[in-house]
Design a protein. Sequence first.
Length: 175
Amino acid sequence: MKRHTINILLVAILGVVALSCGNKELESRIAKLEGKIAELESKGSPARPAANPAPEAAEPEVKPEGPLPAIEFAEEDHDFGTIKEGEIVEHMFKFKNTGDAPLIISSATASCGCTVPVWPKEPIAVGEEAEIQVRFNSKGKPGIQNKTVTITANTYPKINRVKIKANVTKEANPS
C-alpha cells in the first residue's frame, strides 16, 4: 500500500513538472514534496499526519542483512554559474562504490524534463568508480534554476540525490 502511494505521488509530481518546468513556485513545491517522499521512504511516516490516516502502520525502510554496496559521490552539488538561456550544459557526477557488494543503479530521475541523467546500467564492482552524466537544457528557463536528480540503487538507503544549479540569463532580443 505504501509503495503504491509513493508511486502515485511520484507520477503526479512528474506530470506536474512536465507541464510547467520553469515555474519557481512549482519548483519550490516539488522540492518540498521530494523531501516528504524521501522521509516516507526512509522513516515510513509522513512529514505531517494525514487527514484520514491509513489503518495499517507504515513500515520504515529496513536495512538488508549481508554485504551492501555504498555510493560515495566526489560532489553532490554542482553550480554551472551564469549561462545564457538556450545553452545546454552537462556535468559528470563521479562516484565510487565504497561498499562490500556490487552497486546496481536501477534508475535516475530528474525533477524537470529539462534535466536528463544518464547512468551506468552495468553493476559497479566494489572499489570501482563510475559517473552519472546530468545534462540541463536552459531553453525557456531564465533565472535561478535548481534541479535535483534522484538515484535509486541497491544501497541503504535506496535513494541518493545530486543537485545542479544555474543562473540563466535571459536571451537578448535581436535588433
